[in-house]
Design a protein. Structure first.
Length: 87
């Protein structure tokens, strides 16, 4: 049963979509359409100029024209120097 839950979780994450926005655009976010609950729950780049949004299903209209990333792509971006400080 636990293995089945793990496989379902992995498949679910793989269909999740991610978008990076400028922090100046946060006021345009309809938090009922994304998985974050408020501006305070967003993940920001190290210099705080960008924020990450994630959602399932179709791209919300307020994100129209934004680049949509899959899980593998966003992990690579989040591990870059812009988002992740080396220890």
């Amino acid at each position: 049963m636990e293995l089945l839950k793990t496989r379902q979780h992995i498949n679910y994450i793989k269909v999740r979509k991610y978008v990076i926005i400028n922090t100046s655009e946060v006021s345009n976010v309809d938090f009922s359409k994304v998985l974050e609950t408020s501006a305070s729950t967003l993940r920001h780049s190290l210099n705080s100029s960008k924020a990450l949004l994630k959602y399932d299903g179709d791209q919300p209209s307020f994100l129209s024209g934004k680049i949509e990333y899959n899980y593998e792509d966003i992990i690579e971006i989040l591990n870059s120097a812009e988002w992740h400080e080396e220890e």
